[in-house]
Design a protein around this ligand. Sequence first.
Ligand SMILES: Nc1nc2c(ncn2[C@@H]2O[C@H](COP(=O)(O)OP(=O)(O)OP(=O)(O)O)[C@@H](O)[C@H]2O)c(=O)[nH]1
Length: 349
Amino acid sequence: MSKVPTTVITGFLGAGKTTLIRHLLQNAKGRRLALVINEFGDIGVDGELVKGCNDEACPEDDIVELANGCICCTVADDFLPTMQKLLDREHKPDHIIIETSGLALPKPLVKAFQWPDIRTRATVDGVVALIDADAVAAGRFATDEAALAAARAADPMLDHESPLEELFEEQLGCADMVVLNKTDLVDADALARVETLVLAETRPGVKIVRADHGAVDIAALLGITAAAEDDLDSRPSHIDGLAEDHDHDDFDSFVVTGGDVADLDALLGRLANLIAAHDVLRVKGMVAVGGKPSRLVVQAVGPRIQHFYDRAWQAQEARRTQLVVIGQKGLDRATLEAGLADVLGTVPA
Ligand SMILES: Nc1nc2c(ncn2[C@@H]2O[C@H](COP(=O)(O)OP(=O)(O)OP(=O)(O)O)[C@@H](O)[C@H]2O)c(=O)[nH]1
């Protein structure tokens, strides 16, 4: 019996995983893809965005959302039953794509493919790590050696392994392919620097491709045939030798809720100021804009905010504004909530 190939898409918050997956679905070339989407933060924004595409390659039934924060910590409870259900289907998908949350460690997930009932029916075709070239160039995850030496000289107590750096290393160390995304936001010198930082963390021979908005050829991305579950020892991890699960105490998230927003510019301006003042890593969600029949998707990755109308609000759904806010531990939730309260509109009864 042939095994269903599965691709694990990893990469930090906002690196462009959902964007890349949407590109894949739109260019599936007749393959039937199933999608497992995991998110950190209590509302399923990614699933909503992917379902909004209505792609033939991936009907809604083939999109499974695991909203429990971190797929790598809930492997037995959530992930394995989901895989079993997909593999039990009469018409199995040609390929399964797993989008991990931006804070997930890929290795425990790959390890789950060693479970007897999965191992005989599915294989990890490849682990693809997305890198936000713009954020890495700005020094958010990995500092180059010179910068690190300077920082150490200034503060000898400096802990090299910041939570962001650790995730960067973890995700790259498990990768079979790296996609350097957001090439449109950086110049050639910055890109070359980012590539050097990435190469320092990847295993020998791992291919690096550059992409703008996740536009990678499906033929390059799927069909790597890595069988990663058979090759775990070559993939270093900070949690090797420790208990299998890890927690996400290094990060905080919460959801702000409102109703119809009367002044969109005021909301976006306030968000920009708060993100800058509080070092918020990620904001995403839907906004109900007063008088508009369509919902507005709002996305912020660090200081960059994007927004667009994706589809009309449907009759059966409540018009509501909901944004998930994610940052490192110690995020000042009370101040952020208070700062947004008067621009979010009143939650409908
Ligand atoms: N300029 C630019 N923006 C991009 C690119 N790829 C993605 N984005 C934007 O970056 C934001 C985050 O993209 P997503 O695809 O949602 O990122 P993600 O990795 O799925 O995010 P999480 O699931 O929250 O971890 C969105 O506003 C995208 O439009 C790119 O290549 N260039």
